[in-house]
Design a protein around this ligand. Structure first.
Ligand code: G3P
Ligand code: MG
Length: 245
């Protein structure tokens, strides 16, 4: 598998620009982030779109569940003004737009599959079709959704897939092996020096979310963490330009 960069911009540089928008991905690149983390789901007409929530209210001027709006409706919404007037007119990106932007910027992504009420199997098949057209991009899939992880492993075993967790189960290694995952992605608050060491000793790449403080990122790297996902890539990359050995 490709090398996972030590810092990944959560939903783009989401402290500086509206999350999960092309603007946020561009700002992340401008801050020297090599990868972004972003959330993909389906519109009512089964197009892959990037948005975190199940509903439109928080990050757009629309209302209701994403999976009940078609792409034309979603693309007509403003996904930037809620964050700042300077981002007024920013749109909900399609996965196609996102992959093109990342390719142009020579970046990669941790693409989190979020069914958010849509059919996880259909979502995986649409994502696989898109990723097959973007073979040169380093893409690490992840999902909290067990059906999505299983479906990705079954139909696209060549695409690395992180096992996304809020807490580490006791029998994590057996389940990790059974899934055929390529990394563990876990809430940093659920990690201890002991559990981190166990994962690292097993040779499993360890990705943590969401860390916005430099001291905490340094501590996690000292525990052997591979990569931290942050809203503030500018701050973390400036302070920690390389993963400490
Ligand atoms: O993928 C890491 C992190 O993004 C998972 O949580 O809710 O921010 O998508 P959330
Ligand atoms: Mg996410």
């Amino acid at each position: 598998m490709f090398k996972i960069p030590h810092i990944i911009a959560h939903r783009g540089a989401s402290i500086e620009a509206p999350e999960n928008t092309i603007a946020a991905f561009r700002v992340a690149g401008a801050r020297n982030a090599k990868w972004v983390e972003c959330d993909v789901t389906l519109s009512a007409d089964n197009k892959c779109v990037l948005i975190h929530d199940e509903t439109l209210e928080r990050t757009t001027n629309g209302t209701g569940p994403i999976h009940q709006s078609d792409l034309a409706t979603l693309r007509g919404l403003d996904a930037g003004a809620w964050f700042s007037d300077i981002y007024k007119g920013e749109r909900i990106p399609t996965l196609t737009d996102t992959l093109e932007t990342l390719y142009f910027m020579e970046m990669g992504a941790n693409l989190e599959i979020k069914p958010s009420g849509c059919d996880p199997v259909r979502l995986c098949h649409e994502v696989i079709a898109e990723l097959k057209r973007a073979k040169d991009l380093p893409i690490l899939i992840s999902s909290f959704d067990d059906i999505a992880v299983a479906e990705m492993r079954k139909h696209a075993p060549e695409i690395p897939c992180g096992w996304l967790l809020e807490t580490l189960p006791k029998n994590w290694k057996a389940e990790y092996d059974r899934l055929g995952a390529s990394a563990i992605h876990i809430d940093h608050a659920a990690l201890t020096p002991v559990s981190a060491a166990e994962i690292v000793k097993a040779g499993v790449p360890l990705v943590c979310y969401t860390i916005n403080e430099v001291d905490r990122a340094r501590e996690l790297f000292a525990w052997g963490v591979t990569s931290v996902i942050t809203d503030d890539p500018a701050k973390l990359i400036t302070a920690i330009p390389h993963r400490p050995l």
